[in-house]
Structures are given as structure tokens and as C-alpha cells.
Design a protein around this ligand. Sequence first.
Ligand SMILES: CC(=O)N[C@@H](Cc1ccc2ccccc2c1)C(=O)O
Ligand SMILES: [Mg+2]
Length: 368
Amino acid sequence: MKLSGVELRRVRMPLVSPFRTSFGTQAEREVLLVRVVTPTGEGWGECVTMADPVYSSEYTDGAEHVLRNFLVPTLFQLGEVTANLVTPSLARFKGHRMAKGALEMAVLDAELRAHDRSFAAELGSTRASVPCGVSVGIMDSIPELLDAVDGYLDAGYVRIKLKIEPGWDVAPVRAVRERFGDDVLLQVDANTAYTLSDAPLLARLDPFGLLLIEQPLEEEDVLGHAELARRIRTPICLDESIVSARSAADAITLGACQIVNIKPGRVGGYLEARRVHDVCAAHGIPVWCGGMIETGLGRAANVALASLPGFTLPGDTSASDRFYRTDITEPFVLEAGHLPVPTGPGLGVAPIPDLLDAVTTSRVWLSS
Ligand SMILES: CC(=O)N[C@@H](Cc1ccc2ccccc2c1)C(=O)O
Ligand SMILES: [Mg+2]
């Protein structure tokens, strides 16, 4: 395809309630959307960076800058662009995987729409719907947490994930187990908040039959996770540490994780996300689809990815109303704990113009 131009659009959406993790509290989501325009149509991409570099080193203003000054101009020079060409064409620029992933997603969406082919078909989907888990933030009190969990279980979520940090870990897990029983699928996410010296504390989670503990140690401490895996029984799942198929293979081989949370933006796009899935499957490692509080655009692509065969654990592919009162696309609504995999061309969803304009804070048009 030839690129006629690319629009970088900033969107700000309030969250239905503040979402607190070990790295801070979010009350709104600042999103960078990428729209590529071709002579025959357009495609949408969503950059999952946060406003601040607190989940990873990338952040939204930086992603916009690197797209505008390096990544998009490089694609304009290509002439013919396809999704498979995006990553190799941008390889000389180091890092910026979330920014690159958003651009690849937009090109892939445009290409698939032009061929009347869905993300699900392209990625290798084997299911028409996916079971959904939900990520529950750190709360001010245990009663408040139990009310929130009660509401999500009533909504039909099939798995509960609790954000934890030192001082909010064993007590909330014990309280959820005591209130809701041992059969609820339960896991925790530390977002790198602990160190190896916390192993005895983390071992106190072992009696609660958690599915996994997600990213207890810092992103680069792969060997620390391998050592921790020898000191606790709860399976270790990595999130921030897995930035590519290669890093997944290395972490698995080193015994640093038994489960992987796949986030397409974190690994540089949906094509690399499929490669992470394939590498994990080759090692017998179950995967699930993580979430970055995406709008319906990223959510549509994540649900398609989550329908691949190796995604055997419920992901953080929650309904739109988990985080947003009004999504910029038709909302994803939980049905019996599942979300339907979009079947339309490309993402299968598109922004609703009035809703998108209502939350747009800036737009930049880059012409080829
Ligand atoms: C659903 C979930 O827990 N996601 C991330 C953490 C996270 C938390 C808060 C966020 C706020 C704005 C943007 C991205 C964010 C990602 C995780 O699995 O580690
Ligand atoms: Mg995580």
C-alpha cells in the first residue's frame, strides 16, 4: 500500500474510578492514536504508553515525538508499505516498541481492511469468544476491595487479579479467599514492587492457591525471578520483562517464569506478539493477554489475539465499562464472562467520530 499520510491524535478519557498500582494512581487515560491513510482507506493503531514513564521507559509525549520525527518519515520513504515491512524498516531506531507497535497496528488494520480480512483470521484465531479476567487496583481498605471484587464477580468475570505492593499483599489475598472461597481463579500483580529479599514474604502467598504472581521483581532482574521461583510455590508470570520473542525464550530457558502475560504494545506489535505466543507454545508455557487500559481499538485487537490456541488463561481483556463510562468505539460488553472476537475487516471496530472528537485534545497530520 502507498501511505497518503498519517494522523497522530491525542485523546484524554476519564477512568470510571481511580486505578491504583504499585507505581501510582491513574484517574484518566491519555492515549495516542495513529491513523494511517491510504488511497483506498485507513487504519487505526493505539499506542499503550502511559503519560509518565512509570510502567516502562516509554511515555506518550516521547512516543509522539519519535513517531513524528523518525518512525513515520521512514515509512513515507518506503513507498510500498505492508505490515510485515514496518518492524524491519524501523529496526535501526532502538527501542520505542510501544510507538512502533502502534504504527504497525495502524498499517496492519489498513492492509487487512483493504483485503476484507480480520485481525483474528490474520493472527490465527481458533475461538469465537474469550473468557475475561479483571484487574483490581490497590484500595484504601479491605472492605472496599471486597465490595469491588464482589461487583466484578457479579458482572461475570472469570478471574480476579489483585494489584499488590509491600504492605498490601497477604492481607487482601487472605480476605478475598475467606470471603469468596478457594474456587475463584485468583492471581496477583506486583508491577516490580518487590526484591529477592522479600522471598519469605512472597512465600506467605503460597497457601492461597494463586494461579500466578505477576512481575514481582524489577524488569531486568531475570535471574532474580529464576531464584525466586526456587523459593516460592506460586507460579511466576512475567509482564514488564518480556519485550520480545527472544526475551521470552531467554526468560523461560533461565527458569524465570512459568507463565507469560503478552501485551502487544510492550513487545512492539501484534506480529511480534504472535511470535511470543509461538515461542511460549513451543516451550509448553501458557500465556494470557495483558491490558493497558486500551480504548475499544486496542481492546478489539487484544481480544482477537487472546483467541489464539496458546492463550489458555483468562486475560485482562475486560469490558469497556471496567475503565470507561463511554468508549470511543461501540463498547465491548461482557456476556457470560466472555467477550466476542470481532469478525469484521481489520480491527472490526472503528472510532465513532462524535465520541472521538469529544475526547480529542490534539491532532497532527503528517503527509508523505
Ligand atoms: C490492567 C493492568 O493491570 N495493566 C497493567 C498495569 C497498568 C496499570 C495502570 C495503567 C494506567 C494507564 C495505562 C496503563 C496502565 C497499566 C499490568 O498488567 O501491569
Ligand atoms: Mg502486569
